[in-house]
Design a protein around this ligand. Structure first.
Ligand code: 16G
Ligand code: ZN
Length: 562
């Protein structure tokens, strides 16, 4: 288990000269972190993400910005995660985590982008002064900000951590380096610190304890089985592997028989290669190194373990994917049932909702609205958008089809659960299960390990095999294609990315194409993480789906003169 380094940088700084001191520190530290002239960077859907070798100057400025953010929020702790998630080994990235464990507030993304693109020490200094003044941050108050930092298992992670810490040093920020963590572990720790431990103990052990205690309580009380749960996990050769291993071996070995494959996290070149949630979802096939047994459940994490997808092969050895949409329907149905079996005071007031993106398979949306009778909201791609919508429900289930997601419980529901009096054993059971699941699921962000435990326990309670789960609905055939265009920024969308407003006229052509296919649906959006445009298509049959996809790709190309 990695130890942590607490680096207190500025305790001996004279408090009255912090502004000067920022200037001096910047001067002392800036030179090796100067931005190469020809590069430009954007704080995108999930922070900065690109080739690791180009990121040094960016992370240095993120260190400065995180310091400002913490000072702006009266010293609350900000998280910095160095990861490029499911991207290939040569990439890396950095993102900021706000005090309650949520993604950085959107208005600050623009500040991050601005700072990252400045080319000289003078420009950086002037911009920081300007920002501080506009935001009412006193650079002279002698109060330092607080930051915790961690990284995934990429080779470039350590050097980028050091460069980030140099950025933090310019402002005398207190920083604790948690070294190797999954992204959701860091989100958890940020929230624990800022809630003074109310969300959980401020340590990795605290994270394991919180999850395993909830899992054990549910299992002991509500699972009727004399055999252990079985699961095989493809860890994408990322940091989720050793973390899951610790959790299952040290805390849950009585209940779960687990097997880890693609667990070479010490070999950074293997990260996400032929493995992981993105590989499985995109290629709709098994990762390397799994020889499947029919009807057994498998799961794949991504490189920083904030997303998970499940799959199995049926009795005819056909591969079946259980993606984020299937997780959302499983959980929404489970909660709907629990709530309906709760005391009237709860069942009559509790609003359950599911949040999806345009990538959700049409069948899943129909199933949730028509069969489960739970409302569905659609948001733009990216966890932060889904998270904010989910927070509007008492139980907000949000999942992207790619496996990013979690469940949020409202404060009012959580306090009602603590005080409500059950009048039957069934009501008692429902209340208890809801309380425990609210502890089992990581409410700060999608978490592969916590989602995995939640799915395993729900399947065990329901005594469902993977094919019982899969049977709930059948996905419409779908295809996600990529078109490389000269400038993806001309593709502008409205209506949660489902309609284009630019290039002019293209949406009408797409609508026209879609209308020719049974059950057809298609949308086009610019990627937030790659220099490309994505084209999604679905239709009643595989051949219609392929044709629709091709047709829309052609329309996209000709709209930009290709
Ligand atoms: C990022 C997002 C993910 C989204 C993906 C879309 C977070 C933590 N991650 O990985 O949710 O699905 O981008 O990528 O928000 P795209 O814009 O390239 O299609
Ligand atoms: Zn990820």
């Amino acid at each position: 288990m990695p130890h942590t380094n607490t680096i207190e940088i500025s305790s001996d700084q004279p408090t009255t000269t912090t502004a000067m001191s920022f200037r001096d520190q910047l001067h002392a530290l800036y030179a090796p972190h100067q931005k190469p002239g020809h590069l430009s960077f954007t704080y995108g859907t999930a922070g900065f993400r690109t080739l690791a070798s180009t990121l040094d100057s960016v992370v240095f400025t993120v260190g400065i910005l995180a310091s400002l953010r913490s000072k702006y929020l009266n010293g609350q702790t900000i998280g910095i995660m160095i990861t490029a998630s499911h991207n290939p080994p040569q990439d890396n990235g950095i993102k900021l985590i706000d005090p309650q464990g949520e993604m950085l507030e959107a208005s600050w993304e623009a500040y991050a982008t601005k700072l990252a693109n400045l080319g000289t020490e003078e420009e950086v200094f002037a911009e920081v002064e300007r920002l501080a003044q506009n935001l009412g941050i006193d650079l002279n108050d002698g109060v330092s900000g607080n930051v915790i930092i961690a990284r995934d298992s990429r080779e470039s992670g350590l050097a980028l951590t050091k460069a980030t810490i140099d950025g933090l040093k310019t402002m005398g920020t207190k920083v604790t380096d948690y070294q190797l963590l999954t992204t959701p572990e860091l989100h958890y720790l940020v929230k624990c610190i800022n809630t003074q431990g109310a969300y959980g103990e401020v340590s990795e052990v605290g994270y394991y304890k919180k999850l395993s205690t909830a899992f054990r309580n549910i299992y002991e009380n509500f699972v009727q089985s004399d055999s252990k749960i079985q699961i095989t996990i493809d860890a994408a050769n990322g940091i989720g592997g050793p973390k899951a291993e610790t959790l299952f071996t040290e805390y849950l070995s009585q209940y779960v028989d687990f097997q880890l494959v693609n667990n070479q996290y010490q070999d950074p070149q293997a990260l996400n290669v032929g493995s992981g949630a993105d590989f499985v979802k995109t290629n709709q096939k098994l990762p390397n190194n799994i020889t499947p047994e029919p009807l057994k459940l498998y799961a794949s994490f991504d490189g920083d373990a904030d997303r998970v997808v499940f799959y199995y092969v049926d009795s005819n050895s056909v591969f079946k994917l259980l993606d984020g949409d299937k997780i959302a329907t499983l959980l929404a149905g489970f909660f709907k049932d629990l709530v309906s079996k709760s005391p009237a005071k709860l069942s009559e007031s509790c609003q359950i909702g599911v949040v999806q993106t345009a990538y959700a398979n049409g069948s899943s949306t129909n199933h949730i609205t028509d069969v489960l009778q739970v409302p569905v909201v659609c948001t733009p791609t990216g966890v932060k958008h889904l998270h904010h919508e989910a927070a509007k429900f008492d139980i907000g289930v949000y999942f992207e089809a790619n496996g990013h997601g979690t469940v949020l419980f409202s404060e009012s529901l959580l306090s009602l659960l603590q005080t409500i009096e059950p009048s039957t054993p069934q009501e008692q059971r429902s209340i208890q299960t809801l309380i425990e699941i609210s502890n089992l699921i990581n409410q700060t962000v999608g978490d592969a390990i916590s989602d995995l435990l939640t799915v395993l326990i729900v399947l065990s309670i329901k005594q469902w095999t993977p094919d019982n789960w899969d049977e709930s609905y059948t996905d419409l055939p779908n295809r996600l294609a990529k078109v490389i265009v000269p400038d993806r920024h001309v593709f502008k969308t409205i209506n949660a990315e489902r309609q284009l407003t630019s290039p002019k006229g293209l949406q009408l052509q797409i609508d026209d194409a879609v209308s020719k296919y049974n059950g057809g649906r298609s949308f086009v959006r610019a990627s937030g993480t790659e220099d490309a445009v994505r084209v999604y298509a679905e239709a009643a049959s595989k051949s219609e789906c392929e044709e629709l996809s091709k047709e829309v790709c052609e329309l996209v190309k000709s709209s930009v003169g290709l």
